[in-house]
Design a binder for this molecule. Sequence first.
Ligand code: GDP
Length: 268
Amino acid sequence: MKINWFPGHMTKALRMIEVELKLADIIFYCLDARAPMSSLNPSLQKLFGNKPFVFILNKIDLADEKITKQWQEYFNKIGTCVLVHATKTNSAKVLQTTAMKICDEKLKRQKEKGITKPIRAIVVGVPNSGKSTIINNLCGRGAAITGNKPGVTRGKQWVRVSPGFEVLDTPGTLWPDFEVQAVGENLALVGSIKDDVVNLEELVIVLKNRIGAAPLEARYGASDIEAIAKKRGFLLSGGVPDIARATKTVVDDFRSGKLGLFTLEQPK
Ligand code: GDP
């Protein structure tokens, strides 16, 4: 499936991140647990320099638990990897402890010099991976605006979690890796690429190839999109099946875990 997203829009975001990164002590690299590899962004990673970073596998409640463990092992070999379910109260708190631990030496050095500066963590990652939700979770209040829409631009502001810890949300960034088609497909499936640049009917076929027909059969009593539309009573005038509505339903049901818990890729 060919997806045309607009990397130009991402350049601005990357530039902003580059500036803000200079102020950060640590990077929270937010990945969607259902597509961790596809969530990686080499052009973003280039900006990390020598800053410490933590891989966050977020939305673990929607992913296959066994494969999540495999991914955690995989990322732990490269750095530190933390599992998060950001919509669950206090689930992201572990990130503060992790950041403080990683920045322990820095804190000690600062203390020796009599400097009292908070540790600053910048949250980066693909759109819709849960960056704002993680910040809200850390703050325990509605400090950042969240929405289930990729690429929503938000004002940038360091948010104080505690006197010694601050976080910054950043706009989502994508990497147009056109060579690997599956990357774009996975990102579209998890909602990181806007639906209006995706052919949803084709996306349902991709989904069926990834997870098989059984989960669709189980939920709708059919796996063919026309049959699903009929079973659901999604009909246009003259009894024509409403394919658009059926495809949207299937994609939404996958994204919200109603078709089951799936991870779209496994560590090699
Ligand atoms: P951002 O674009 O990376 O800032 O993503 P948001 O924080 O706006 O989250 C996108 C959508 O994913 C929102 O509808 C969130 O409620 C949802 N979301 C975030 N984290 C989780 C999670 O751990 N589990 C589930 N099920 N949904 C999540």
